[in-house]
Design a protein. Structure first.
Length: 762
């Protein structure tokens, strides 16, 4: 069975959240389609079955009167397998810039024409004979040409028996202009010497010849200004993602097979297995493994970590990082859509395209908001007339109701905060897989931390060699012999502890008859000596019991939280090798910050209890769960959940993947395995544990911004509509307030761009 595919559509013509809701509803009517339409990004993210073509999706949008297209790609960029629109194209940016430029031109012309109308209408002393006809001449182009985007959208909605914010604006401005035309040509307002007073509220002693030219022109200018600044802010809100996706190299110097000749080719022509050169100061073209050379790699643009990482032959490097040192020759292991940068882009795009649970109420309100406002406006008009007020006062209040309403702020509250928050998080090396994850970060109260590779570096180091019954003058020689014999055997093992012992040997000899005893130890013959190394119980079972002095040191080392390997040869246990993992320097500070966030840290590890408690004590963790196998980690997560805790799991290895998926919030260290990253909800690209409280703080700040936006958007409408209906707001003031509410929501979201967590180097 063919799996569903992911499709992204760029959509033009949306003017408010109601438009997005209408398109989303239409797309979801198709069988096998699950669509989310984001007003802020002007994109639809669609999961479509094999029977639904791209053309069918586009047709559904076009039938509603909007325009849809697949995102264009640069010619050098390979398309993701089974996906469309993984990256924003330069063409898309140019299209957006053109739209903003056209909107700016419409705003400037309308402002130049509308300002004299507003001033003349507000200042009676400046109202010369027949001033009203000049105001009429200036207002006509503003209402017809300046407000044309609103009228066009309203007409399009009307054809589909729908309404949006543009419907309210179009009806309001046309009504104000139409009333003024009637008063000028058929009423008394066209007489020379006509004087009009300006009132900030409806009602009063206004006569039947009252003009509303300043309402029609000023409201149009205010709303165009609001839409222009909103459009610019939306472009800035997506700048972080655009910058992320633009980090990659555009071309690369490839070494042709059989020669050392460099040929520079477009990045899209690079294939897996190609060897390419990275000079000092250049970006690494794609993910790969260093084959020759050594250098320091600056990964701060991807991970937020400012300290360069030393690399040499055999080390992995990530595309878009910067070579800060010597010349490197790298073999490409992943290209195009498979690279870490591309995966980051897809994760961030998916998060920005989705909807947080807190947005559902706003979506439901926006869907019915405009019809309700129209009903309220009609009710206001009728109510004022029934109450015996003048037609002018009733009309003024009704127009104010139409214009004050602002579902745009509701529609922008969540997506703009998501755009800025997830983009800023990506700059800090934090990848949030979806908007629903923000709710999870708010609810968690317990953080389970894997020990090795998370709290500790995961790199074992030899701390001490203890040789039995050796006089001080012979100690160095005997320790060197012990390290050579045992290190030579351990060199053939893949275990991290074995590698640490082998790495400490200055000389490694050939080994005969090597045997690995899974989970217990190794044996072999080195330079004629039969050598065994491993757990003390393993040696004892082979007749190599530890003497008393080694046994005492064994107990002391284990009490200190170290791991001990026993070594023996020629029928006797002769040495101990004390090995331990190193705690990351930032782990203690990170644990303290987790506590500051109101979270309880718990160390979860498969290591022995003594070693686990030693590490926990050094970083400030009180609760320890030790000796747990991979399947046991899942059971521990479930046990804590049954106790009523909301659990986050932090890990980096394959053995953590199941627990990451089971936890309420899975946080993967990006320095770990792909399996762990795939199973998690949040990925921190830095190996520094400080990135975990950074991620939680960033997610919580984004969620708080969304909630603040929604609160003010709701509060604005709850307060403003009754004031307008009561005749306490002039339509001009209403129009300015409506425009400012949308700008406020977007500006509040943009504050997330300045977010710098305490543990971040950025």
């Amino acid at each position: 069975m063919t799996a569903p595919r992911q499709v992204t559509l760029d959509i033009d013509g949306m003017t408010c959240a109601s438009c997005a809701a209408r398109i989303e509803k239409r797309l979801n009517r198709l069988d096998g389609v699950d669509a989310t339409v984001n007003y802020a990004t002007e994109r639809a993210s669609v999961t479509a079955g094999p029977g639904v073509s791209d053309d069918a999706l586009i047709a559904q949008v076009e039938n509603l009167g909007y325009h849809a297209r697949l995102p264009l790609r640069p010619s050098h960029e390979p398309e993701a397998h089974g996906e469309h629109g993984a990256h924003e194209s330069p063409a898309g940016h140019a299209h957006d810039d053109l739209d903003v430029a056209v909107l700016r031109q419409r705003l400037l012309v309308s402002a130049v024409l509308g300002l004299p109308v507003l001033v003349l209408s507000m200042v009676p002393a400046w109202q010369f004979d027949n001033w009203q006809w000049l105001a009429f001449a200036l207002t006509g182009p503003v209402v017809i040409w300046g407000a044309w985007p609103f009228h066009r959208a309203a007409a399009m909605n009307a054809r589909h028996l729908a309404a949006s914010m543009d419907t309210l604006v179009s009806i309001g401005t046309i009504a104000a202009f139409g009333w003024s035309v009637y008063a000028l040509f058929w009423g008394d307002a066209g007489h020379p010497g006509m004087v009009m007073e300006m009132s900030f509220a409806a009602g009063g002693d206004a006569a039947h010849d009252e003009l509303y030219l300043e309402v029609a022109s000023a409201v149009t200018v205010f709303l165009l200004a609001g839409r222009y600044f909103e459009a610019k802010a939306k472009r800035r809100s997506g700048a972080a993602l655009a910058a992320l996706l633009d980090l990659g190299a555009k071309d690369v110097a490839v070494l042709r097979p059989g020669s050392e000749r460099e040929v520079r080719i477009p990045i899209g022509d690079l294939i897996v297995g190609d060897r390419f050169v990275v000079r000092p100061g250049e970006k690494v073209a794609t993910d790969g493994v260093v084959e020759d050379g050594s250098s320091a790699i600056d990964a701060s643009l991807l991970t937020g970590e400012s300290v360069p990482v030393e690399v040499g032959p055999g080390d992995s490097v990530t595309g878009a990082t910067v070579n800060a040192g010597g010349r490197l020759v790298v073999r490409a292991t992943r290209v195009g859509a498979d690279t870490a940068l591309a995966q980051m882009g897809r994760l961030v795009t998916a998060a920005q395209s989705g909807k947080a649970p807190v947005q559902r109420l706003a979506d439901r309100v926006s869907g019915v908001f405009v019809p309700i406002v129209i009903v309220i406006a009609i009710g206001t008009l009728v109510g004022w007339l029934v109450a015996g007020e003048s037609a002018t006062a009733a009309f003024t209040a009704a127009v104010a109701v139409l214009i004050i309403a602002c579902p745009c702020a509701l529609g922008l509250a969540t997506p703009t905060a998501l755009l800025v928050g997830t983009g800023r998080a990506a700059q800090l090396g934090i990848l949030i897989k979806g908007p629903e994850i923000l709710e999870s970060t708010r609810r968690i109260d317990t953080v389970l931390l894997d020990k090795t590779g998370t709290v500790t570096s995961g790199v074992m180091a030899l701390r001490e060699v203890v040789v039995t019954g050796v006089a001080s003058e012979n100690r160095a020689a005997d320790e060197e012999l012990a390290t050579r014999l045992v290190g030579s055997v351990e060199h053939h093992s893949e275990h991290p502890i074995a590698r640490a012992i082998a790495a400490s040997a200055s000389i490694l000899d050939d080994v005969a008859d090597f045997v690995s005893h899974q989970g217990l130890g190794v044996t072999g013959v080195v330079d004629g000596h039969e050598v065994a190394a491993g757990r003390p119980a393993f040696l004892e079972a082979r007749g190599l019991a530890l003497p008393a002095d080694l046994m005492d040191r064994l107990h002391a080392a284990e009490a200190e939280g170290h791991t001990v390997v026993a070594g023996g040869w020629d029928g006797q246990a002769r040495a101990l090798f004390v090995v331990s993992d190193t705690v990351k320097p930032s782990s203690a500070a990170a644990i303290a910050r987790l506590r500051d966030e109101g979270l309880t840290p718990v160390l979860l590890t498969g290591d022995n209890d003594r070693a686990a408690r030693s590490v926990a004590a050094s970083v400030g963790i009180d609760e320890v769960i030790a000796g747990v196998l991979p399947e046991g980690k899942v059971a521990e997560v479930q046990r804590l959940q049954r106790e009523g805790r909301v659990v986050a799991m932090v890990g980096d290895g394959v053995n953590d993947a199941a627990a990451l998926a089971t936890a309420d919030l899975g946080i993967a260290m990006g320095t770990g395995t792909d399996v762990a990253i795939e199973a998690s909800d949040l990925t921190v690209m830095r190996g520094d544990l400080q990135a975990v409280p950074d991620a939680i703080a960033m997610s919580r700040r984004t969620l708080a911004t969304i909630k603040a936006n929604l609160f003010w958007a709701f509060a604005y409408n709850v307060a403003a509509i009754p004031l307008a209906a009561a005749g306490l707001l002039n339509p001009v003031i209403a129009g300015a307030s409506m425009a400012l509410s949308s700008v406020f929501v977007v500006s509040n979201s943009l504050r997330l761009r300045r977010f710098v967590p305490r543990g971040s180097a950025t």
